[in-house]
Design a binder for this molecule. Structure first.
Ligand SMILES: O=C(O)[C@H]1O[C@H](OP(=O)(O)OP(=O)(O)OC[C@H]2O[C@@H](n3ccc(=O)[nH]c3=O)[C@H](O)[C@@H]2O)[C@H](O)[C@@H](O)[C@H]1O
Length: 443
């Protein structure tokens, strides 16, 4: 501004105001008007050049940022020497034969338990979780704190962030990936369909892309779902049964995941095992699941809605206790063969497996409520209504003979025993007097 002012004064003897727009010539002079116009233009040009130079300067200096994740924030919360040290410490095994496992969804229900069990037996475990807001983040943070105390670092990030995944694979040579990050819940898919595609399809493909390019490629074990059986009416559900009639978008994305996994196994030689979980429940569970919010609502004296099938038919689930699921997951990891490819190139056929992990003992939802009433010592205010068309299926029942034969899987917890442990945890965790996050017993 002062430079312009000086030039103008010396050349034309015109007083230019320091604030544009305040200048008023005493009388109209065409020459002066022309000069003022030119000066305004050159002033504009100078400022534009300075502005452009600034933008260029910052553009050249700024480092490339990781790809943004629409599910979470776009700020980079990873990287740096300290962060890498935490990553390597967490992934370090206690013995030469130990596994080095990346657990996605580690702050989720199943991921939390699997991570703890792996760490306790001496495997190296690195967690990854985007801490999204699908349900109470405090519960996820509480799980994270327990994991941290056990020596498991949970990296905060999304499976859609390829740069982050590549960085993790650069820093650690993972032998296995336990992929449990997903958008869960059958009924929520009608409210937020895109979150299912984002996590269960796009995120999964992203993880497979990075895994297939890794050298060595890890073996992958991942969570499919009993929901892939959809409208299948043949019981108990066997892995050989048809899975082409999903009843919800959630189920459709899990079925898509199985097909996608097969293609990566076929093309790139990735060793992949899919586990079809059957309504997993237990301590540190998911608040969006019926057993969890029934407990909360019964204690609050709120009405609960219990679905029944067409013509009053029973709605039932093969409820499976978390500890049984964890033994199934560890069995799958321990029996997984190595991937055959490296750096994105297949070197030979690789293992591809699918297993049911259920309890083989379906229980009616009305019975679940009866057990909760007994354990909580509170009568539920029940409203029985026909199951809405919301993606639910009426009945699930797992045939687990393949998992038993090949993984040594054998569930041992009946619903009442499992719910007793859940209710004990729930009352402790949500007790107003409880010191937040410190669990009273050893889950
Ligand atoms: O194994 C799976 O494949 C899935 O299991 C779980 O789904 P679901 O088996 O549907 O569990 P969940 O919602 O607890 O409903 C339990 C029962 O309560 C009935 N139910 C539900 C709500 C209600 O208000 N009333 C009711 O009667 C309802 O009709 C049902 O019969 C996981 O959430 C899912 O992510 C996936 O992993």
């Amino acid at each position: 501004m002062s430079l312009l002012k000086t030039v103008a004064v010396s050349n034309n003897n015109i007083q230019l105001p320091s604030t544009p727009g305040k200048f008023k010539p005493e009388k109209y002079q065409p020459y002066n008007h022309f000069m003022i116009h030119r000066l305004r233009l050159s002033k504009l040009t100078l400022w534009s050049s300075i502005f452009l130079a600034f933008i260029l300067f910052f553009f050249i200096l700024s480092p490339p940022s990781p790809s943004p994740s629409p599910a979470t924030n776009t700020r980079q919360s990873w990287g740096g020497h300290h962060w890498e040290k935490r990553v390597t410490n967490s992934a370090r095994t206690n013995s030469d034969s130990g596994l080095t496992v990346l657990v996605t969804g580690a702050a989720g229900f199943v991921g939390f338990h699997v991570s703890l069990s792996l760490k306790r037996r001496g495997d190296g475990v690195l967690g990854l979780d985007n801490f999204n807001r699908y349900y109470d983040q405090n519960l996820k943070r509480a799980r994270q704190k327990v994991l941290s105390r056990a020596g498991v670092f949970v990296v905060e990030g999304d499976i859609n962030d390829a740069a982050l995944l590549r960085k993790l694979f650069d820093v650690v040579l993972f032998t296995h990936v336990m992929h449990l990050a997903a958008q869960a819940g059958v009924r929520y898919a009608m409210q937020n369909p895109h979150s299912y595609v984002h996590s269960n399809v796009a995120g999964f493909v992203n993880l497979l892309e990075v895994s297939k390019a890794a050298n060595p490629q890890p073996a992958m074990v991942w969570a499919s779902s009993s929901s892939v059986y959809g409208l299948n009416s043949k019981v108990p559900f066997s892995e050989k049964d048809r899975t082409d009639q999903p009843a919800s978008l959630y189920a459709a994305t899990k079925k898509a995941g199985e097909a996608i996994a097969h293609s990566y196994n076929h093309i790139y030689g990735l060793s992949i095992t899919g586990l079809r979980f059957f309504t997993v429940y237990g301590p540190w569970g998911r608040p969006d699941m019926a057993y969890f919010f029934f407990t909360k609502d019964i204690l609050k004296g709120k009405q609960i809605t219990v679905f029944e099938g067409a013509d009053g038919g029973t709605v039932a689930r093969d409820f499976t206790y978390i500890d049984d699921i964890v033994t199934g997951c560890l069995g799958a990891l321990d029996t997984a063969k190595r991937s055959t490819g490296s750096g994105g190139k297949k070197k030979g056929p690789a293992q591809f497996r699918i297993y049911n992990l259920g309890n083989t003992s379906p229980v009616a939802v009305s019975e679940l409520v009866r057990i909760l009433e007994k354990l909580l010592k509170v009568k539920a205010k029940k409203k029985v209504m026909a199951m809405p068309r919301n993606g639910d299926v009426q009945f699930t029942h797992a045939n687990i003979s393949r998992a038993h034969r090949e993984l040594g899987y054998m569930p041992t917890t009946d619903l009442e025993t499992g719910l007793t442990k859940f209710v004990k945890w729930y009352l402790d965790f949500y007790s107003p007097s409880r010191k937040k996050v410190a669990p009273s017993s050893s889950w």
